[in-house]
Design a binder for this molecule. Structure first.
Ligand code: COA
Length: 635
């Protein structure tokens, strides 16, 4: 199959060579080097470095978090193993880790990028989060094109703030945060490798800035300029004309090359390795990698056979819906991708290597606010180059890989169960009124909901930001605690009086908030333990017994993987569970509403998103009732 052989729309040889030369300039930037001048990075160099916590503190906290998950005998064994580690290998590994910390801006960030992302051979479709946007007010192809033009204009409006470094510094609890993640969402892409992937990013300081986006329609992939002569952004009318031109050239579906980006990374890496031997393929792939972002124009939302339209739309944001829906109409390696349906359903998908959800939400919130304005912000640009269709020459071997990819994605889609809960009885305001941390309260509700279904607690992961530190990413807030277990056990026990239940609830919330404070100040357990383990591996030592112990396995088998990603809008992020028998819960706590998207795998007989959603709604209701009936607060 020779995809898009029409050379009139393809890249010329000269362009092929030019694109290849450009790629050689692309590097994985040491992001701190971008922190030069301007408001966005004004405090960047004053941010502290990520500390290495004290060994004894981490080991004590580790034991505390293991306690609710272990019986007495196992806890005794684990305590002995921890004690041995504290006396034997621990101090030496700690010393080596502290030495590493003196040599790196952030001792964790490079390791994390590799271990959590680039080394992984799982398809990115399992790892990339999706972002569901509230349904927009357009219907049909022409209105879809018009909306897409305005959405891209909103993105360019945001990009001006990035390029001019006028984006205000984010803060958390009044403290400034590292801003580097914002800079790595655009002009960026993951590239599959045979054993390990790489990631490219063209920083705003590079003199050779990309002027194009990747536009995908009916599986055809276009390089579409969004800047014209003198580097001016295109007006909405000009963008509309560009998109229309792409749509006009892609009435019939093309070969599903994009499906390769849904595959396990070794299969895609092998196919990529073959493809780049061909000059046309190489130029097309490099063009995609260099583009600002990808935009996919989809058809209408398919009728859901299970769950609601919103659940279906969330699924489309995550995986594209399967081989017969929109999964081939994607480039999942692109760090940021918008998916625009024909009937007002709009979503995004992002590749996780360089950034967490909050900077993505920053872009999406900006665009949603921009869309409310009716005026075209720019007069237009001179010398607009028409879009170019990107061509691919596919060998028999690559075609076979594509066929396999089409089957694999359907299994992935069938396996994923998504339920979006819009809980409207109350939101953050009520929780603040009862003087509790909203995030901690929601986490305790997750513990109760899970306990009610399974009659036991489970290891729970919440992402806690490390962005107070230079190049900071996340650490794990271990949400399951002895205090949360005491509350969940008492809540449905009729022998416990309500005042005691309120007291246990408050203690559980406080305990969670306390662990959150440890985490965001770089004093949590998981990344430190990871650092010690990687230090052992890199220095050729044996892996200490602590990491082989059942308690370590149990306490890192996160059946609940959760993350708060707040948006100003009725929107939410979603991601799949991190273990086969677990759940993914991503939530947007709003003033008067709690939005939670719950995912699970249908292949697991033990999990069911709908069941957990029902239990969670009931837990939210019961916790409110308990507090209202037993304190001086109205609901
Ligand atoms: N009484 C009244 N109000 C309280 C309170 C109490 N006891 N405790 C907290 N609050 C208030 C806070 O002051 C804050 O007020 P604001 O809305 O005016 O800012 C609000 O409630 C929210 O605080 P809280 O719910 O405690 O959470 P948080 O905002 O500190 O967030 C995390 C906690 C863990 C979500 C945050 O630290 C974090 O790390 N976020 C990033 C997560 C991430 O990266 N996710 C993406 C992964 S892809």
């Amino acid at each position: 199959m020779n995809v898009n052989e029409d050379s009139r729309n393809g890249a010329s040889n000269e362009e092929v060579v030019k694109a290849s030369n450009l790629l050689s300039k692309m590097t994985i930037e040491e992001p701190a080097r971008l922190a030069v001048k301007g408001r966005t990075f004004s405090v960047q160099y004053n941010l502290p470095r990520l500390p290495v916590p004290a060994l004894e503190q981490t080991l004590n906290r580790y034991l505390d978090t293991c306690r609710p998950l272990l019986d007495d005998e196992q806890f005794k064994t684990t305590s002995e193993i921890v004690q041995k580690f504290k006396e034997k290998e621990g101090p030496e590994l700690q010393k080596l880790l502290e030495e590493r910390a003196t040599k790196h801006t952030n001792w964790l960030s490079d390791w994390w990028k590799s271990v959590a992302y680039l080394d992984s051979r799982l398809p990115v479709v399992v790892v990339n989060p999706g972002f569901y946007m509230p349904r927009q007010n357009f219907r049909g192809k022409q209105e879809q094109i018009d909306f897409t033009a305005r959405m891209i204009a909103g993105l360019l409006d945001y990009k001006i703030m990035l390029d001019e470094q006028t984006l205000p510094v984010d803060t958390m609890g009044g403290k400034p945060l590292c801003m580097v993640q914002h800079y790595q969402l655009l002009n960026a892409c993951r590239i599959p490798g045979l054993k390990k992937d790489t990631h490219v990013h063209i920083p705003p300081t590079d003199s050779n800035q990309p002027r194009h986006i990747t536009l995908i329609h009916n599986n055809h992939i276009f390089s579409m300029d969004v800047y014209g002569g003198q580097g001016k952004p295109l007006s909405i009318a000009q963008l509309r004309a560009q998109i229309q031109s792409c749509v006009d050239q892609s009435k019939m579906p093309a070969a599903p090359v994009g499906i390769l980006t849904t595959m396990d990374r070794s299969s895609w890496g092998k196919a990529y390795h073959d493809m780049v031997k061909d000059k046309t393929n190489k130029a097309s792939l490099e063009n995609i990698q260099r583009s600002i972002l990808a935009v996919s124009l989809d058809g209408p939302l398919p009728q859901p056979t299970d769950g609601s339209d919103v659940d279906m739309a969330a699924g489309i944001s995550l995986h594209g819906g399967g081989s017969k829906v929109f999964s081939s109409n994607r480039w999942f390696d692109k760090t940021l991708q918008f998916n625009i349906g024909e009937d007002g359903y709009v979503s995004a998908n992002y590749e996780h290597t360089t950034a967490e959800g909050p900077p993505v939400i920053g872009i999406m919130d900006h665009i949603l606010n921009f869309l409310e304005k009716k005026k075209d912000p720019w007069l237009g640009a001179p010398d607009v180059q028409p879009p170019k269709r990107l061509n691919f020459n596919l060998t028999e071997k690559v075609k076979q890989t594509i066929s396999r990819g089409l089957d694999d994605i359907d299994s992935n889609v069938e396996d994923t169960m998504i339920r979006a809960l819009f809980f409207k009885d109350y939101g953050k305001n009520f929780i603040k009124k009862v003087k509790m941390s909203p995030d901690a309260y929601i986490q305790v509700a997750y513990q109760l909901a899970y306990y009610r279904v399974y009659k036991q607690p489970c290891a729970t992961y919440e992402s806690g930001s490390l962005r107070r530190f230079q190049l900071g990413r996340t650490d794990t807030i271990r949400s399951c605690s002895s205090a949360s277990l005491a509350f969940t056990q008492a809540m449905d026990d009729s022998s416990v009086d309500p005042a005691t239940k309120v007291d246990l609830l408050r203690k559980a919330v406080q305990s969670h908030r306390q662990y959150t404070d440890y985490t965001v100040s770089g004093q949590a357990v998981d990344r430190h333990l990871l650092g010690l383990k990687l230090t052992a591996l890199e220095s050729g030592r044996d892996i200490p017994e602590l990491f082989m112990d059942l308690a370590f396995k149990e306490s890192t088998h996160f059946r609940l993987s959760t993350s708060q990603v707040a948006s100003q809008h009725e929107a939410f992020l979603c991601f799949v569970p991190v273990v086969p028998d677990g759940y993914g819960l991503c939530y947007n706590p709003r003033e008067e509403q709690l939005i939670v998207c719950i995912t699970s795998f249908n292949n697991s007989p033990e999990t069911n998103s709908e069941k957990l959603m029902d239990s969670l709604s009931q837990s939210f209701r019961d916790m409110q009732k308990l507090l209202v009936d037993n304190s001086n607060v109205g609901n």
